[in-house]
Design a protein around this ligand. Sequence first.
Ligand SMILES: [Zn+2]
Length: 324
Amino acid sequence: MFKKILGQKKVKRIISTQIKSGKIAQVYMFIGIDGIGKRLTAIEFAKVMNCSVNDFTKTDVGVCEKCISCEKITKNIHPDIHFIDFTKQAELEKSDLEKQKILKIETIRYMQKKILTRMYEGKWKFFIIEPAEKMNIAASNSLLKTLEEPPENTIIILIARHKETIPQTISSRSQIMFFQPLGVSEISNWLISNYSIHSTEVQRIVSLSDGSIGNAKKLADENKNKKDELSLWFRFKAQSFYISDILELSKNIVMKSTTLECVNAMICEAKKDFKVYPKTIAPAVELLIASKRLLLRNVNAQTVLDNLFFNLLDLVSYFKYKNT
Ligand SMILES: [Zn+2]
């Protein structure tokens, strides 16, 4: 059970034992720093309780991941599993996600309405409230009534960073589970199996990640982007692109919003080559600098990058001709 969750042995052991013995608490509070598996554990918990293939009260096998229930929970479309969070609130308010700073009473009321509706497909309804510390007083007070007497076959999980930020009236009604930062080997192994990454870089990221997979992922992605940016000029020079790749490549860069960083990295590398082959490289450097100017003037990044890459492709075929 809970094979997807890294670390957190104690939490996994307690919840597994409760499931098998049928002594499940109805209100939990998952406490711990970001990026260590609190939300994922809540999702896996919901899967375990609703899987239509495996009976977890009798065996210790993992969730089947194949039944309709498991699939729907993975895709976040299960009608009985509810996330009460900023994404939901933004959807209810029809406003931007970035504007959501506190969880409001209206969102808790939405949850209370949902909690009373009949079960659609599952065996257990789940309500996952995150970040629970962002509920304002009105929302907390309103939630309190629900926590005092949750309906049958309903599990409420509050997710927060610190226990102290939650009103005592709420935490005293919850079974509190403390999630621990992950160990060096857990994070290193995760990095190695998810990224092609040098061992010195693994060490650097692990030391900066504070035991959080979320932080490690962010740092590893930044690292990968940087590597991709630096390799662009070399890939053009080696003519490792086909015309069909170019549009895909520029689309990806624009989507990651690293257009200017990429052009800067290419300028930097092209200038090094310019010192050795000034005549051959000069047109490419000029083209790159002109593109950078357009970006700084806020010309559409996609258009600038598409033009730059197509023109560069023409120029590099000329490099080959000159060099041979
Ligand atoms: Zn299943």
